[in-house]
Design a binder for this molecule. Structure first.
Ligand code: ADP
Ligand code: ADP
Length: 204
């Protein structure tokens, strides 16, 4: 399998927002563990059932569940030239498991300070028909879409705080782990969406 790219960063950093353009440029399909888990919850599968309690509490879903999900996803034909991981890996254990199955050629780290994260998450909205991500202030949905946008059940201020704690304790150490391997590309994510996009594109 050709090299895969990892989109890395705290919740609300803009990974999902930037993923579409990166997929377009690189031809690698986006693989978002968050989206996969939400589908499993919506479908009411056993896995969704197990994951939901953790997601609602703003905690990471156990590694064994995530690694199983990813291993299965990578068996799809569209993954043969590498994929764009969004929100995975989130622990050193997940990254080690990933190393056994694919080669990661770069890790794009979107860096945003905690102060900006809460506003981004609480204002996040999604179009359930297209999956497009909006923000009430930074990327308002067009009028015809604004009536149908939804808010994720875990996008509350309280849950964001738990998610940020999980990020700092369990996920942030991965930045050093990838940096030591010479794979980490740091991007200032505290700029307008377009600017962040250009900055990432210039590094691809
Ligand atoms: P992640 O996938 O990293 O959790 P999202 O891409 O869903 O993050 O972005 C979180 C929220 O912040 C969304 O509402 C999105 O519209 C908004 N957002 C993303 N990037 C920026 C940016 N550079 N500036 C302001 N708001 C942003
Ligand atoms: P965000 O980028 O806003 O944190 P995601 O959609 O990536 O949101 O993830 C939503 C939730 O799904 C996380 O809070 C966590 O409970 C779970 N999750 C997603 N990806 C992983 C992962 N790689 N490892 C563990 N839990 C995950």
């Amino acid at each position: 399998m050709a090299g895969s790219i990892v989109l890395f960063g705290p919740p609300g950093a803009g990974k999902g927002t930037q993923a579409g353009k990166i997929s377009e440029i690189t031809g690698k399909p986006q693989v978002s563990t968050g989206d996969m888990l939400r589908s499993a919850v919506a479908e009411g599968t056993q896995l969704g059932h197990e994951a939901k309690t953790f997601m609602d509490a703003g905690l990471l879903v156990p590694d064994s569940i995530i690694i199983g999900l990813i291993s299965e996803r990578l068996r799809n034909d569209d993954a043969s030239n590498g994929v764009l991981f969004d929100g995975f890996p989130r622990t050193i254990h997940q990254a080690e498991a990933l190393e056994e199955i694919v080669s990661v050629t770069s890790v794009i780290s979107i860096e945003v300070p905690d102060e900006s994260i809460i506003e981004r998450i609480v204002g996040r909205r999604m179009d359930p028909e297209t999956g497009e991500i909006y923000h009430i202030k930074f990327k308002p949905p067009p009028e015809e879409i604004s009536l149908r946008v939804i808010q994720r059940r875990d996008d509350t201020e309280e849950t964001v705080r738990s998610r940020l704690t999980a990020y700092h304790e369990q996920t942030a150490p991965l930045a050093d782990w990838y940096s030591e391997k010479g794979l980490l590309v740091r991007i200032d994510g505290d700029m307008p969406i377009e600017e962040v996009g250009k900055s990432i594109a210039s590094k691809l």
